[in-house]
Every structure is written in structure tokens, then in C-alpha cells.
Design a protein around this ligand. Structure first.
Ligand code: ATP
Ligand code: MG
Length: 720
């Protein structure tokens, strides 16, 4: 192995190096965006391996997305010349799945268990509601799914949930339903996403010997984006890391409280604060130098986040050594103009030689994506959408996967429910119900029930022969699955099941696209040697990654952008209601607003060189045009780091009518105290620069009028 002085340490600053070299005992790295937290983690792994402290397989590294895990893997391959295997790297869920598969028997599953998606989950809940005679219209399955999700995120098993915990849902039957749901999952040999951790926790608690094995196995543990871990993840980590002598609790977590943006999914910033209590003697290292963004960008981000009350408070200084361009704020007429303006900007950057890969558009909500997509198609600009309507969520793909799941796992009733009459084979609802009751009565999977029923007179001869044919096809496919490549298998299944023929006969616009997608599916499967491997992959991938190689603009949500960086970042839709989102404020009040503000902080700090914010004056929401207020976050930007521009097509500049003042007159409990709203000041400074005096006229006039309305500090405007 490599015995030379490790040059991966060279480029690090003193604190970073300290964090890499503090190998034994618990360590917390608490630091702002772009300070090298992720880089420290990667370098630590390289260092542990290079100094022979552990085999790669004895290192457990948790990242927030599968994409982040892949990137980390690539960097480690570069840092460690001769790598002997790979550390366990992945999301909490993917690692949880791996541990569960290895110990499936102990949690009433087999190692080939299916991981259910939301669609299956809802279908299953509906069946349970139906069986319990609970009116789905009154007590929606979706509502119950999110309640259960909440319990699972908190690490609560059915026995830990009391009837009161489900409130009035199904007249207090929520906890019973939860138990029934979990029992049904076991019968289906399936787990949902939450179970990947919950069942792991149960496994560790009920089988100390298994836990002890993992204690011995994982000598070093590392966690990125710790501020977004939820209770279940926290419990899971604590089980794995505690119970050893403190000096052997080699756990290193890195995070930034200002970037905690998954509170709505149960994440708890408190996990960071609790770390020092859980691991007495933990060392805490703070990193304060930002290597990513220009000082204007950092100034903008720091100014906004300072409006939050609930924070630990950290210093952040740029090390980039450049003031850089001003953060721009552009007011546009509507989202169409917004997309057009952004498109023009991108073309300019492209002409100046900037690769499209270094440009991102970060939206608050996915409905904002479509307008950009359409514009880019018109312009012929390459783009990729990450986290949008996902490939694997399309109907035809789900159908194909249902076939594959059933081949891999004959007890997967939900998969069978999905495709029993797809393509249409004349198996109607009433037949399906007969099958279901037979399965329930005999307590066997649906497929076994079919095998039994086709031997009896209970079904009509036509259906009997159809079902008999289907069962023998599945036997045949299962046989071939042992030798065939997964991509060959799926092609065969689509042929033989009649799926392809049905699509070909369908003359609708969509059917061509569907066929394309199915071809893409078999291409994607080409990378896998086993059906099991492929199914595991698709149940875990959260990001669409097949376009990674091409040079393309990235369109994604702010939530998905965590940890990433781009030269140029566009932040569209900074309007009240869109961003901050009305819903999060309605549901979570002040805490919701602060989380939105952290999201703004995350967005701005993704930019290395340029951040361009825009706000539309009009937006169509649910088909209705509404005039939109500029986001309050615009008012929280620092004047001296911001430049306000106008596309010229907006009437009289800002179009603040009575609406603007009504926003400010309304007693809004979350409203910050506006001293001298930064972007107005910037705007006013520009105006006075332009007009040489700031007289009340057109655009400038609107601004002055507004400042009067608000009763804000007018000296900023007069002093020009
Ligand atoms: P985030 O909070 O956004 O996840 P982070 O703290 O994880 O950010 P990194 O992504 O690790 O930060 O680093 C930000 C950028 O700074 C990366 O491009 C990284 O390569 C670079 N960087 C980190 N440390 C140094 C250093 N000591 N010298 C030069 N560049 C560095
Ligand atoms: Mg990071």
C-alpha cells in the first residue's frame, strides 16, 4: 500500500486537516455552506484507508442522495491509488436495505423482499380500509400513508402507537390499521421505505448479537448532511455507534444548522445539538472559510439567513478572493418572460464559453419547471431535470417492473394486482375479488390462489384458461430469469405478455413515447447482471442519472440541490406564496417561514460565481392569473451586493398597486421588521444614479411611492 506522505492533506486548511486527522473518538464538524465539510469526509475516508486503520469494507459512510455517494466514490478512487474494495456508501435507506436483506429471516422477510413505492403503499392501504369497512372518501388512504410515514420517521412500531396518536382518523382505528398494514407487508414479503430503517432498528434491538456483529464490522462511521437526519435515522446511527468504549465510537458527523430543510419530513436539527450529549467527549470543529462563492454571493446568503432567529450562528468568510458580480434581481412580467430571459442569459454564457453543466435553475416547486423545459426545447438548449416526474414512475415502466417483481418474488400480490389485467385479458374486478378472497381464506399469496382456483369449477372456463396461461408464463419467466440477462428477460416478458402488441395497436399520441420509454428501460437494465440487483437499484434510486454525462443545464428543486455547486445559479419565482411557499407558512407558521429562509440560503450558496434571482409580477396558479407580490426574501438582501434589473416589458416598473401596500399593512406575524429593505435601497441607489436626483417619475416614482407607503426610512432614497 501507499506509504508516501499523503498529498491529499496538502490543500486543506488547518481546521480541515484537524478534522481529517482526528480519527479516534466522536467528532462533529459544524460549518456553513461551501466550507469543505463533504471534502473533509471524503479525505477522511482516504486517510483511514491509506494509514491501514481499516479495510474499506469496515467503513460506513452515509450520504444524503445516491448521487452524492457515487461522487464520493469517484473522489476516493482518485485519492487512494490501489483501492481494496469499497466502503459501505449510500443513503440511510440503501444501507438499511442492505442490512435487512442480509438478516431478512430475523424480521419475518426473505432476502428477496420487495421495496414498495408510494403507489403500492396507497393501493395496499385502500385494500385494508376496504376490508375494515372504512370509507376511503372520508378517511383518505393518502392521509393515512403520511401519518404512518410520520410514525416510521420517529422510529415508532405499531406497539408504540396508541389509538390517540392517530387522532380522529377512522374513528381512532389508526393504530390498529398500522398493525394490520405491517402484518400485510410481511405476508407480501415486502417493506416500504420507512421500514428500511424501522425494521433495521427492530432487528438491532431484538438481536443484540447481530448488532454486536455490526459493531465489530463498522470501525469508522461518517455522516454527511447530519442536520437533516430524522429521529429514526438518529436512533439507527446511535445503535450502531454506541455501546462501544467512547474511544472506539469512531463516528464523524458533519452538518450545517442553517441548511436544515427537511423539517417537514421529520428531520430534527436538534440531532446536531444532541451529538455532544450522546457522545461525551466529542470533539467539535468549526470551519469558517468558504471555498465556493464570491463575497457578493456570500454576503447575500448571510444577510438573508441572519433574519432567522432560531440558529446556532456561525461565521463564514470567503476564501475565493473575489468580490465577483453583484447578485442580480430581475423583475419580469410572468413566468413565460422569466423563462425567456433565463434562456437568453444562458445562451450568452454559452457563447462566452461556459459549459452548460455549470449552470443550474433551482426552483421552489416542480410546477415551475415546465415553462423552462418548454423554452429550452424551443431554443434547442440541452437540459436535464433532476427529481422531476421520474422515469421510473411512468405507467408503462411501472407495469414492466411489476412483471419483473412478480417473477423475482411470487408473493408480491401488489404487483400482480397491477398487471393481472394489463394488457387487457378479460379478467374483471369480480374475478379479482374471487381470487382475493380465496387467497385470504387459504392464507396464501394471490398467485398460489390462482393455481388452486384454476383446478376448480369456481371460475368460468374462459377465465380459467386465461389464468392458467398467465401462471405458466410466470413459471416460464422465472425459469429463464436464472440464466437470462435481465434486459433480455424484460424484452421477452413484454413480447409474450402481449404488452408490446397492445402498445403497437394503440394509435394514441402517447403510445410511441411509451415504447421509447420501454426501450430505455431495457437499455438501463443492460448494466445489471441479475434481476435482483436491478430491482434493488430502481427501488432505491431517487435521482435520474442517465444524462449525467451530457453537457446540459440542470433544472431541479432547491431541496434536491443540497451539497451541489454550480458556476451560475438561477433562482426564479421569488414571489410571496411561491417562495416562501404559502403552504409551509400556513402549516408550520414561523418555523415554516424559517425553513423557507434556510432554503433560500441553500439556493444562493450553490452559486460559485453568479446568482440570478427573478420574480414575476403575475403568475398563473391553478389556471387563474394572479398578481404576485415580490418575495419578502428580496427585502432581506443586502443593498451593496445586489443589482436590480428590469426586462423593460413590465409596466411602470414594479406594478405595486394597492396590493403591495395591503401586504404590508396586513398584520403578518412572520413579517420581519423592515429597516431599510436592501433591494429597494439598491434599486433606489441605481435610480438616483440614473436620474441624477431621484425625482418622482415612472419606475423610480413607484419605488418612492412604495417607500412612503411603508413608512420606511426614506433617507436612503433622499440621500442620492
Ligand atoms: P455544503 O454545505 O454546500 O454541502 P460543504 O461544506 O460540504 O458545502 P464542499 O462541497 O466540501 O463544502 O466544498 C465546497 C467547495 O470548496 C468544493 O469545490 C471543494 O472542492 C472546495 N474546497 C474545500 N476545501 C478546500 C480547500 N482547502 N482548498 C480549496 N478548495 C477547497
Ligand atoms: Mg457538502
Amino acid at each position: 500500500r501507499n506509504t508516501q506522505a499523503p498529498d491529499y492533506l496538502e490543500g486543506l486548511n488547518e481546521e480541515q486537516r484537524d478534522a481529517v486527522l482526528t480519527i479516534d473518538g466522536p467528532l462533529l464538524v459544524l460549518a456553513g455552506a461551501g466550507t469543505g465539510k463533504t471534502r473533509v469526509l471524503t479525505t477522511r475516508i482516504a486517510h483511514i484507508i491509506n494509514t491501514n486503520r481499516a479495510w474499506p469494507s469496515q467503513i460506513l459512510s452515509v450520504t444524503f442522495t445516491n448521487k452524492a455517494a457515487r461522487e464520493m466514490k469517484e473522489r476516493i478512487e482518485k485519492l487512494v491509488p490501489r483501492l481494496d474494495g469499497m466502503p459501505w456508501m449510500g443513503t440511510f435507506h440503501s444501507i438499511g436495505a442492505r442490512i435487512l436483506r442480509a438478516n431478512a429471516g430475523l424480521v419475518d422477510l426473505t432476502s428477496s423482499f420487495t421495496i414498495l413505492d408510494t403507489d403500492d403503499q396507497i393501493r395496499l392501504i385502500k385494500q385494508l380500509l376496504d376490508a375494515a369497512d372504512i370509507d376511503e372518501k372520508r378517511w383518505p388512504a393518502k392521509l393515512f400513508a403520511s401519518m404512518m410515514d410520520g410514525w416510521k420517521n420517529k422510529g415508532l412500531l405499531p406497539k408504540d402507537v396508541s389509538p390517540a396518536d392517530s387522532g380522529s382518523y377512522a374513528n381512532g382505528h389508526g393504530s390498529k390499521l398500522y398493525a394490520a398494514y405491517q402484518a400485510r407487508l410481511k405476508a407480501l414479503n415486502a417493506a416500504d421505505f420507512g421500514d428500511l430503517l424501522l425494521e433495521c432498528i427492530r432487528l438491532f434491538k431484538e438481536h443484540p448479537d447481530v448488532l454486536a456483529e455490526y459493531h465489530r464490522k463498522f470501525k469508522y462511521m461518517l455522516v454527511d448532511e447530519y442536520q437533516d437526519s430524522n429521529v429514526a435515522q438518529y436512533l439507527w446511527l446511535r445503535l450502531l455507534a454506541q455501546g462501544k468504549p467512547a474511544s472506539e465510537a469512531n463516528i464523524c458527523v458533519v452538518g450545517d444548522d442553517d441548511q436544515s430543510i427537511y423539517g417537514w419530513r421529520g428531520a430534527e436539527v436538534d440531532n446536531i445539538l444532541r451529538f455532544e450529549k450522546d457522545f461525551p467527549g466529542a470533539k467539535v470543529i468549526k470551519l469558517e472559510r468558504n471555498y465556493r462563492s464570491t463575497s457578493n454571493i456570500l454576503k447575500a446568503a448571510s444577510n438573508i439567513i441572519a433574519f432567522n432567529e432560531n440558529r446556532l450562528g456561525k461565521t463564514l468568510q470567503t476564501d475565493v478572493g473575489e468580490t465577483g458580480e453583484l447578485v442580480s434581481v430581475t423583475q419580469v412580467w410572468d413566468s413565460e418572460e422569466e423563462a425567456r430571459t433565463v434562456g437568453e442569459q444562458i445562451e450568452q454564457y454559452q457563447r462566452a464559453g461556459e459549459p452548460l453543466n455549470s449552470i443550474a435553475i433551482l426552483v421552489r416547486a416542480s410546477f415551475q419547471m415546465r415553462e423552462f423545459e418548454e423554452r429550452f426545447i424551443t431554443l434547442g438548449l440541452n437540459y436535464r431535470v433532476i427529481g422531476g416526474p421520474r422515469f421510473y414512475e411512468r405507467k408503462e415502466i411501472r407495469d414492466a417492473i411489476a412483471y419483473l417483481r412478480l417473477v423475482a418474488q411470487p408473493a408480491d400480490d401488489l404487483a400482480l394486482d397491477r398487471i393481472i389485467n394489463v394488457p387487457k385479458r378479460g379478467i374483471g374486478d369480480s374475478t379479482v375479488q374471487i381470487l382475493h378472497s380465496a387467497a385470504r381464506a387459504a392464507n396464501v399469496p394471490l398467485l398460489s390462489a390462482i393455481r388452486m382456483l384454476v383446478e376448480t369449477e369456481e371460475l368460468k372456463p374462459k377465465q380459467r384458461s386465461t389464468l392458467l396461461n398467465l401462471v405458466s408464463q410466470f413459471d416460464d419467466w422465472a425459469f429463464h430469469a436464472q440464466t437470462m440477462k435481465p434486459f433480455e428477460l424484460v424484452e421477452r416478458i413484454l413480447e409474450e405478455s402481449g404488452y408490446t402488441d397492445t402498445l403497437s395497436a394503440d394509435k394514441s399520441v402517447e403510445s410511441e413515447g411509451r415504447k421509447e420509454n420501454l426501450k430505455e428501460l431495457s437499455r438501463a437494465m443492460g448494466d445489471f447482471d441479475t434481476l435482483g440487483g436491478f430491482l434493488e437499484h430502481i427501488s432505491l434510486v431517487m435521482d435520474r442519472d442517465n444524462t449525467d454525462a451530457a453537457d446540459a443545464v440542470t433544472i431541479m428543486t432547491l431541496h434536491g440541490s443540497k451539497g451541489l455547486e454550480f458556476n451560475t445559479v438561477f433562482l426564479p419565482g421569488w414571489e410571496e406564496g411561491t417562495f416562501p411557499s404559502q403552504r409551509s407558512m400556513d402549516e408550520s407558521g414561523r418555523a415554516g417561514l424559517e425553513e423557507e429562509r434556510r432554503l433560500a440560503y441553500v439556493g444562493i450558496t450553490r452559486g460559485r460565481k453568479r446568482v440570478r434571482i427573478s420574480a414575476a409580477q403575475n403568475r398563473r396558479i391553478h389556471g387563474l392569473w394572479q398578481s404576485a407580490m415580490p418575495s419578502r426574501f428580496l427585502d432581506e438582501l443586502p443593498a451593496d451586493a445586489v443589482e436590480v434589473t428590469d426586462t423593460g416589458s413590465s409596466y411602470g416598473g414594479y406594478g405595486y398597486g394597492g396590493g403591495a401596500s395591503s401586504r404590508f399593512n396586513k398584520a403578518d406575524p412572520f413579517e420581519s421588521v423592515y429597516e431599510t429593505p436592501g433591494w429597494q435601497r439598491a434599486r433606489a441607489q441605481q435610480a438616483t444614479r440614473k436620474s441624477g436626483g431621484g425625482g418622482p417619475m415612472t419606475i423610480e416614482g413607484d419605488l418612492v411611492a412604495r417607500s412612503v407607503d411603508l413608512g420606511n426610512d426614506r433617507s436612503a432614497f433622499a440621500s442620492g
